[in-house]
Write a protein that binds this ligand. Sequence first.
Ligand code: ADP
Ligand code: MG
Length: 322
Amino acid sequence: MREFQLIEKYFKPLAKSCPAAQNLDDDVAKIALAQNEELIISKDVFVEDVHFLLKDGGFKIASKLLRTNLSDLASAGAKPLYYMLGFAKNNSTDEKFLREFTRGLKAIQNEFGINLIGGDTVKSDRLFFSVTIFGSVLKNSAMSRSKAKSGDLIYVSGTIGDAFLGLHCYKKSQKNSKLLQRHFFPTPRINLGQKLIAEKISQCAIDVSDGLIADLEQICRASKLSAEIEINKIPLSLSAQKFLQKNSAIKVEDLISGGDDYELIFSVNRKNRHKVSEIAKRLQLDLTCIGEFKKSSSQKNIVTLFDDKKRKIKIKKTGYEH
Ligand code: ADP
Ligand code: MG
């Protein structure tokens, strides 16, 4: 299939009736902004055999590609608007793949109210994608990694470790639909991010992609703080708890360095604790306090992990290294 035919058949329907996309007939897209808003932009590159396997199929690949990108917008508290798609195709991207891939993109567009507004298509030996995603916030309201304060509480959304265990099950061909679901279909915490800034609950968040500890370290480095957390407070799903009971070789320590959770870690001033409980109820989403930010003592162990008796637990691995 020629490139313009591919765009015509598979990409134009995803850009339909979106003025910014200019029907994919132009060299550029055009985003109109309100005066009191800022664009929030993020890019991810997604490579075969690194971030996905071809056997996952186009639907799952497209879904994860956009979900992980949306999660970056969630960490800023942005409202998702548009995305652009870089598509490096190879021999394996036949029409079946394209149908499934664009069906996956469409499902996410519908769920999160975003539109495709452009991109580029090239031939490559290896299949890979790149998404640039655009969102908006009111000026000066976006959360960032650098804005945590000493004494702020550390919260985490949802549960940690399900995706790591899901990947484990996938590799070992074990059936566990809940954990597999969390691996393939992470939930970007878009509503939570927007609420956190709208209600002035938090100025600082990050999404957990590399691992809870590793990503908490990123906040500490950017905010020039250290963090103390308690292992017993790490929220685990029922599925994860059951899994750990049956598989003693895997520990909570593995889950907090596993990554791919796409939950938010965010900082909260103590006086806003009750507001956090309110939005947890409203969103029906667990929001758990796992510790506290402290003044930075040393640059070496910026995150300290404690057991229930306040004894330090040695952290062997903080997260996934790219
Ligand atoms: P150029 O020749 O400038 O690289 P193209 O011919 O690649 O432009 O693209 C033509 C139009 O199709 C543009 O509007 C572009 O944004 C869109 N397009 C190309 N590839 C993709 C893609 N993978 N996803 C979305 N839109 C695309
Ligand atoms: Mg052009």
